[in-house]
Design a protein around this ligand. Structure first.
Ligand SMILES: Nc1ncnc2c1ncn2[C@@H]1O[C@H](COP(=O)(O)OP(=O)(O)OP(=O)(O)O)[C@@H](O)[C@H]1O
Ligand SMILES: C[C@@](O)(CCO)CC(=O)[O-]
Length: 410
């Protein structure tokens, strides 16, 4: 949107969360993991505004209970003109986030936050991370241009549960990078902005958004694999193997699922350790399980590609049956690794009793299960299962897998 009277732009962007379809735990041992975009999304609105006092960025992040006003002039002075990595000569551009001197830029952000917020250290870590990522990206992107920045009002919300393994951090970082880049694009073409207003992100722009989001993930996670930022940027399916770049698979998918939250808290790190301990005593057996998980993930890629090619109903039905088989096998293999949980088994049994496939997703030990709903499933089956799971105290969301990645909202 453009308010011609005041020369003010508004940008709205959304991005999905993600779930792991196959390969959780096995990925730690060098096997293939598949992530798929989730129908639950984060969204951001960035508005240029007239500030009443000094120019500022007004931040509203209700999901982490954060409202903040960041003074603009000191931000520009302290953080703009980010530098390239030491061994590269030239000037940094927002188009090459992988060449930014990440550690140095983050250090400047950290110092600046301590100056404008002397109590920064005592804030909850999710608020600290959200502020770090915002300032890092805002100054990294706008600070490498000579575009005059105005006061901004920024609101970020999400349908995702934060810290539950559904990629809220990547979804947040992708939205932020997408909105800032779109605003930059509009401001740099302000004489001809309507040509750019409703044009969605190009593949090249998505690559850049994903790389900025990866840098954001480094701030929030330390050493992310990169699978989440690629999945939340491009949507659809992403395959990943340790030591390789995540590979986007261009499959047009729309899988219906029930996403079931056990409400059982778990710690990913502890579950990864548990598998490592079992493996120490049973190396060959565990390695065979990991190898089997790898086969399931690779077969799933083929089935998903077949499903996305748009064929007659009988083929679709048999592809769904094949997917269901893969989900079931993967669930039992994860159980054999010792990462299931009584709550996950209750959900699994309820789905099986209605003929539906179910698997835990992510680290296990609680967290989420997913139930696959093929198109031929009667509504009464889905409603019956949902009612039963709700009565048992689980949280149930009917949603979709494989939808679009980062998108402009009109
Ligand atoms: N809507 C949002 N507004 C502001 N910050 C957000 C939002 N969503 C996520 N974040 C940031 O992302 C962090 C959550 O990252 P965390 O890795 O704990 O969870 P996750 O991304 O949901 O899980 P996983 O990475 O295992 O899928 C929060 O602490 C916060 O800093
Ligand atoms: C269990 C695990 O494979 C996925 C957690 O979402 C851990 C990891 O890959 O870091």
């Amino acid at each position: 949107m453009f308010n011609g009277m005041d020369n003010m732009f508004t940008v709205s962007v959304s991005a999905p969360g993600k779930v792991i379809l196959h390969g959780e735990h096995a990925v730690v041992y060098g096997k293939t993991a598949l992530a798929v975009s989730l129908g639950l999304r984060s969204s951001i609105v960035v508005k240029e505004v007239n500030s009443i006092k000094e120019p500022a960025v007004y931040i509203h992040m209700p999901s982490v209970e954060l409202q903040e006003t960041i003074p603009l002039t000191p931000t520009i002075k302290a953080l703009f003109c980010p530098r390239l990595l030491q061994d590269i000569s030239g000037k940094f551009s927002w188009k090459m986030p992988d060449k930014l001197d990440h550690d140095q830029h983050l250090r400047r952000v950290e110092e600046f936050l301590h100056i404008i917020k002397p109590n920064f250290d005592v804030l909850p870590s999710n608020q600290k991370n959200s502020l770090r990522v915002f300032l890092y990206m805002f100054s990294g992107i706008f600070g490498s241009t000579d575009i005059r920045v105005k006061s901004l009002d920024i609101s970020i919300g999400t349908e995702l549960t934060i810290g539950a393994g559904t990629g809220s951090s990547a979804s947040f970082a992708v939205c932020l990078a997408g909105a800032l880049i779109q605003l930059l694009k509009l401001k740099s073409h302000s004489s001809n902005y309507d040509a750019y207003y409703d044009e969605d992100f190009s593949m090249t722009e998505k690559e850049i958004i994903s790389e900025w989001a990866y840098n954001g993930e480094r701030i929030m996670h330390g050493t992310p694999s990169g699978i989440d930022n690629v999945s939340c940027t491009f949507g659809s399916v992403v395959s990943y193997k340790k030591g390789h770049k995540p590979r986007y698979i261009d499959a047009r998918l729309d899988l219906r699922i029930l996403l079931v939250d056990t409400r059982v808290q778990r710690e990913t790190r502890a579950l990864v350790m548990k598998v490592a301990t079992v493996r120490q005593r049973n190396t060959a057996a565990i390695d065979h399980i990991m190898e089997a998980c790898d086969h399931l993930a690779n077969t799933a890629i083929q089935v998903l590609l077949k499903l996305s090619s748009g064929k007659c109903d009988t083929d679709v039905e048999s592809d769904y049956q094949h997917l269901a088989e893969l989900w079931e096998m993967n669930h039992w293999l994860l159980g054999a690794l010792g990462v299931s949980h009584p709550s996950l088994e209750t959900i699994h049994a309820a789905a099986r009793a209605r003929g539906l496939a179910c698997k835990l997703t992510g680290a296990g030990g609680g967290g989420y299960a997913m139930v696959l709903i093929p198109p031929s499933t009667p509504r009464s089956t889905v409603d019956g299962l949902t009612g039963q799971l709700l009565e048992l105290g689980f949280r149930v969301t009917e949603t979709r897998l494989g939808g679009p990645g980062v998108s402009l909202e009109m």
